[in-house]
Structures are given as structure tokens and as C-alpha cells.
Ligand binder design. Structure first.
Ligand code: SF4
Ligand code: SF4
Length: 378
């Protein structure tokens, strides 16, 4: 059977889907079963990290067993792991040695800097101990190529890509949030590999779509449409987590779907975006970011993006989860919510759509803030 692989920077080609290992943490047996299903689903690319608890150790055990049974994907596995920025050189060296030991290999194909989210992380990777660590790992033949993941700003990701130090990147690029798509396309045209971070979960909890979303995407299920959109853009590979074999069914179905969008898919995407715009009407935030900076540091576009998704596509669980994570995820997400707006009005003249920004922020806060937990006593 034909397998489809895409170039991934200068490393071995990868399957259209990448198995993230952060959800198979119960036992090596669970990891083994998921990997076996991944082979059947045409997957050859595995993504793990020391930060995923026992994932690397379970992966090492499962891979060892599969190898002894002669089971592996066509062309062999491609493995990506990650190191957090900010470590000293000796700490980083120990971490890389630990990764190889746990996965039971002498080299991993891809090492990503896990979360270049702030300028200091990029400085670390380009000029600090991180630069020395990368050089050491390459010189020792411990890694095939270096890349990064980022939840940071557009300009920071652009700077990282322009450094020409990295051969691949993992980005948030989604059907319902296409802000980073130009960066991804530029990276691809420069020969980098691009991995989309969890289109199912981070792309809007698309495994549990709203009725509005289902209707707007008809006849294609929303998650399938989102996957097809990204693959048709040329994104090298899409990550998905799996805790049981069934979770890989859609990946198996789409394992060779690398062709451009067909007429039906294009129509479904057009309808989806049109319906979202209709529900939002004049109040839709165009995400131009002209309103920034806010003296209270309110991340207006990010918050109004959640409002766009909540009202435009009825993404309740996703938007509430993201909103209530604000201030609780360090540099991985925003730190200030809409409640910080004091209605000073400074942003309003800068908005080309003349949106009543303070009112929209207040409404967003009221819609998305978690209601206080009910007390079970007293
Ligand atoms: S009105 Fe609110 S969001 Fe706008 S600049 Fe003032 S504090 Fe920031
Ligand atoms: S300027 Fe207006 S349209 Fe642009 S991001 Fe800010 S609120 Fe949205």
C-alpha cells in the first residue's frame, strides 16, 4: 500500500500525522498498543518530551518490544523530543543524555526547543547556553536536526525563523485561527518542516463540535475539515494525542490525503467562515491588532478572538477553557484577562472597525469567566 510522507526540514520524511505521546501514560502496554495502531494508521513520526511524565520511558520500552517482533512503519520511526529553554549547558547535556537513555536510542532525529515563547528563550537558543548545547548535541551526533515549538508572538516566531538556525517548527496554525499561517507557509517555502500543534484540541475542541459548527461544515465533519485544510496548505504533519486505538481512526482515513482541497471542501470552509461572520455581524474583531498597546496590557485581539469563536461558532467549552487558563499558564498563554480593562477608551480610535472594545471585553468576561464553584456545605 502506498504510504505518504512529507519532507521535514533536512531529516527523514514524516507521515501526515504525528503521534503525540502525552496521552498514553498509563503503562508501557498502553504505549505499545497505541504504537501498533499508529503503524496501521500509516504513522511513522512520534513526538515526546521529558515534560510528558513517563512517556519517553514507556516509548523506549514499547519501541524495543515492537522491534523485537519485527513491527515498525515502512522506512522506520522518526522521533522528535524536546528540551526546555533556560537550562545551563551541563543541565541540558544531562537532559539530552536522559532522553536517549529513556527512548533507548543513540540518536533522535529531531530535537525541538520546547516553547520559544519569550525573547529570552530565543536568545538562549541562539547566543546563550542553548546555542552551546545545540552545537554540542550536533557535534556528538546525538540529534539529527534542531527545531523549536512556540506559543509566542508572531514577531518572535518570525525572528526565530529568520535566524536560519532551525530546520523545523511546531506552531499553532488552525482552520479557525489562521494568524500564523503566513509564517508556516514561509517556513515551508524555505525548506523547513512545519508541525501543526494539536488541531483537534488546540484548534477548538473539534473532537466535540458544537451543533452550529457541525451544520456549518456539512457534509464534512469539522475535525476532518480542519485536518484537510491544514494538509492542503502543505503543513508537513499534524500532531494528535491518542490514548486508545480508536483515536487514530481519522488519521488512518486521511493518511494519504495530501491533495489540494476539492470543491466540496472549499465550499464547506467558505460556508463555515461566512456563517461565523454572519453571527458576529459588525462586532466581529478583524484581528488586525491596531488597538494595541493597551496601558493596562489587556491582550485585546486574543480576547476578542475567543469572543469571535464563542459567538461565531458556538465554541463554548474551548473558549471557556482558554479564558479561564489566563494567568495560570506562565509564558504559555496570556496573563491578563478582560476584567483588567478600565474603559479608558485609548484603544478605540485606533480600531479601524470602530468597535466598542471595552463593552465587548466586558461581555466576553461575563460570558467566559468560570462561575464560582458551588459550595457543598454551609
Ligand atoms: S479601554 Fe480597556 S482595553 Fe482599551 S486601552 Fe483602555 S484599558 Fe485597554
Ligand atoms: S483594532 Fe479592532 S479589529 Fe483590530 S484587533 Fe483591535 S479590536 Fe480587533
Amino acid at each position: 500500500m502506498k504510504v505518504v510522507r512529507r519532507q521535514f526540514g533536512g531529516g527523514p520524511p514524516v507521515s501526515l500525522f504525528t503521534l503525540g505521546t502525552m496521552r498514553a501514560l498509563k503503562s508501557p502496554k498502553q504505549m505499545y498498543e497505541i504504537l501498533e495502531s499508529a503503524i496501521s494508521a500509516g504513522i511513522n513520526h512520534l513526538e515526546t518530551a521529558p515534560a510528558y511524565g513517563p512517556a519517553e520511558r514507556f516509548l523506549g520500552e514499547a519501541l524495543h518490544q515492537l522491534k523485537s517482533e519485527g513491527k515498525e512503519p515502512i522506512g522506520g520511526w522518526v522521533i522528535t523530543s524536546k528540551v526546555l529553554p533556560g537550562q545551563t549547558l551541563p543541565e541540558g547535556q544531562e537532559q539530552i543524555k536522559g532522553i536517549l537513555k529513556r527512548i533507548r536510542v543513540s540518536q533522535i532525529n529531531n530535537l525541538a526547543i520546547h516553547g520559544i515563547n519569550l525573547n529570552k528563550h530565543l536568545d538562549w537558543a541562539l547566543k546563550g547556553d542553548g546555542a552551546d548545547l545545540i552545537n554540542w548535541a550536533e557535534d556528538q551526533g546525538l540529534i539529527g536536526q534542531i527545531g523549536f515549538s512556540s506559543h509566542g508572538s508572531y514577531s518572535l516566531i518570525e525572528e526565530a525563523l529568520n535566524s536560519e538556525r532551525f530546520k523545523f517548527c511546531s506552531l499553532h496554525v488552525h482552520l479557525l485561527n489562521q494568524d500564523n499561517l503566513p509564517l508556516a507557509l514561509t517556513a515551508l517555502s524555505n525548506g523547513l518542516g512545519v508541525m501543526a500543534i494539536s488541531p483537534a484540541d488546540k484548534g477548538g475542541h473539534l473532537y466535540a463540535p458544537s451543533t452550529a459548527l457541525i451544520n456549518d461544515c456539512k457534509p464534512i465533519p469539522p475535525l476532518e475539515l480542519a485536518y484537510r485544510f491544514l494538509l492542503a496548505q502543505g503543513i508537513s504533519t499534524l500532531t494528535l494525542g491518542a490514548c486508545k486505538s480508536d483515536d487514530l481512526e481519522l488519521a488512518q482515513k486521511l493518511s494519504r490525503s495530501d491533495e489540494p482541497l476539492n470543491k466540496e471542501e472549499n465550499q464547506a470552509i467558505e460556508n463555515l467562515l461566512t456563517q461565523g461572520k454572519l453571527r458576529l455581524g459588525e462586532s466581529m474583531c478583524g484581528q488586525c491588532k491596531e488597538c494595541l498597546p493597551c496601558p493596562q496590557k489587556v491582550p485585546i485581539p486574543a480576547l476578542l478572538h475567543l469572543r469571535n469563536l464563542r459567538i461565531g461558532h458556538d465554541l463554548e467549552s474551548f473558549t471557556k477553557e482558554r479564558y479561564n487558563l489566563i494567568g495560570k499558564a506562565g509564558h504559555w498563554w496570556e496573563s491578563i484577562n478582560a476584567n483588567a480593562c478600565n474603559s479608558c477608551g485609548e484603544c478605540m480610535p485606533r480600531c479601524p472597525k470602530e468597535l466598542p472594545i471595552p463593552d465587548l471585553l466586558k461581555e466576553t468576561h461575563e460570558q467566559l469567566i468560570a462561575s464560582p464553584q458551588r459550595r457543598l456545605w454551609g
